[in-house]
Design a protein around this ligand. Structure first.
Ligand SMILES: *[C@@H]1O[C@H](CO)[C@@H](O)[C@H](O)[C@H]1NC(C)=O
Length: 243
């Protein structure tokens, strides 16, 4: 009995905290709530695509773009952002991973451009004494997750690299208040429901087991309780007497 009660209380607490964590998560939901792990740095959210058991997952440029559909492939705009990628990569991948950069060769301007249309200001190309022999239109770029240096690689030829998706954090202050309020309401109603159910359960359990606390309140009528037929009659008479 006691252990059962304790288990119920424990379970209620578990449910409450799960709901609370869930609400917190969506409250802080400046990053997409799509079930994937997004980490923030600056004003952006990043999703490091990882395999099971830290296995390196490599993808072609096209499948990388498919994985990040709705978002962008990694773009780097500062030394700090480059540093963030180097620092966070070991949490997801073991060893060096070449990561696709969301960059393409723009034939109009004869330069590399970011997919997010921001100009390429910061670069971190590795030192290479020879110019790349890749046809320019087939030139993509990849970042070495350990050194942080960038390399020109072929966009095709079944080349496979790691993937980081990025997206801007949603800076939407007016939307956050109702969200927080809603979460609070959800938490409160869940707590209320759990509390009431627990209460009912306790009463029910005590009634069944006839525990001393409840027996104290047991009603012992001083006179004979009328049987079902009589009580119906009494009720009917009372109803008739009403104006
Ligand atoms: C890669 O290509 C870009 C643009 O063509 C060039 O500026 C850069 O130096 C190249 N990097 C390497 C390491 O070859």
């Amino acid at each position: 009995m006691e252990s059962q009660e304790r288990r119920l209380v424990f379970r209620s607490l578990l449910i409450c905290s799960a709901v609370f964590i869930q609400a917190q998560f969506s409250c802080a939901g400046d990053c997409p709530a799509d079930g994937r792990t997004w980490v923030t740095f600056g004003a952006k959210c990043y999703h490091f695509v990882h395999g099971e058991e830290e296995a390196i997952k490599s993808y072609t440029f096209d499948s990388a773009k498919t994985i990040c559909r709705g978002f962008k492939l990694l773009t780097i705009h500062s030394a700090e952002e480059n540093e963030f990628v180097i620092k966070y990569s070991p949490q997801v991948w073991k060893g060096n991973v070449n990561v696709w950069l969301g960059m393409y060769y723009d034939t109009d301007t004869d330069t590399m451009r970011w997919f997010n249309d921001k100009p390429v200001t910061f670069t971190n190309w590795e030192y290479s004494p020879y110019p790349s022999d890749l046809p320019k239109v087939e030139t993509c770029a990849a970042l070495h997750s350990i050194s942080g240096r960038w390399e020109n690689v072929s966009c095709d030829e079944e080349e496979e690299n790691g993937v980081i998706c990025e997206t801007a954090q949603k800076a939407d202050p007016p939307k956050r208040k109702p969200n927080a309020l809603l979460s609070t309401l959800v938490i409160l109603s869940v707590v209320a429901v759990v509390g009431v159910s627990a209460g009912i359960w306790f009463v029910h359990q005590r009634q069944n087991s006839g525990s001393p606390i409840f027996t104290a309140f047991e009603y012992h009528p001083p006179f004979r309780v009328p049987d079902t037929d009589e009580s119906c009659l009494v009720e009917a008479e009372e109803t008739d007497g009403m104006p």
